[in-house]
Design a protein. Sequence first.
Lengths: 110, 110
Amino acid sequence: MKTVQRATEDVFTAIAHPLRRELLNLLAGGEHTAGQLAAPFAVTRPAVSQHLRVLLDAGLVRERRDGRERRYRLDPDRLTVVRDWLASHERLWRLRLHALGDYLDGQEQP
Amino acid sequence: MKTVQRATEDVFTAIAHPLRRELLNLLAGGEHTAGQLAAPFAVTRPAVSQHLRVLLDAGLVRERRDGRERRYRLDPDRLTVVRDWLASHERLWRLRLHALGDYLDGQEQP
DNA sequence: TTGACATGTAAGCTATACCTTACGTATTGT
DNA sequence: ACAATACGTAAGGTATAGCTTACATGTCAA
């Protein structure tokens, strides 16, 4: 019986919400203040603040205090979790394709 | 004001749940029946069935009826959504690293 | 110092994700 | 025909995600 648990700091959960992905996209353009990040969206500023918290907990984003502002920047290291999962998946899939190809090759020329 | 909406068939949401990722991992090993997919987990069979539905809606998995069984297989095409998002992200980040590198190069040798 | 600003946090509401048990529906074997 | 099998779906409960408004905190500027 596999038991599966979920962590608040889960990267997959963090990138599941479209608004959070938009925030990451903005941050890919460089450091931004909380206000700059909140401005483009229809939701309230506290909502964005809470989304930023999720990204922080997931380790995707770092915070730097600068006077009365807080500047956020991307920390893309933890995205490797996603890339690795994706890569292992594609590797497995490729193996299966090869197996299928070999099988078909065997059928073609008996 | 950017408005952001969420779709049930969202791939990112589908892969957010660890159990669903486990299911995809199993399916990467080839076609499985619903029962085979449910067996390894601590949750009930209907729960797994509902997770499979989410994966179906996201287009990550296909269903084939075979007698009284249903066989599921991976359809990895839609994973490109994730890979593309990741790739564009890494591209942007690489640009930023280059920009930073150029800046530092400029500083080193004034 | 005092007021305006930038921001996070608290409290509370609503929608929904996720689980369970109970049931319905084909399909297979006897 | 009948019982067993392999499933999906319905109904309902509970936790929590995600939003809002109201408030607290720290900083700048006059």
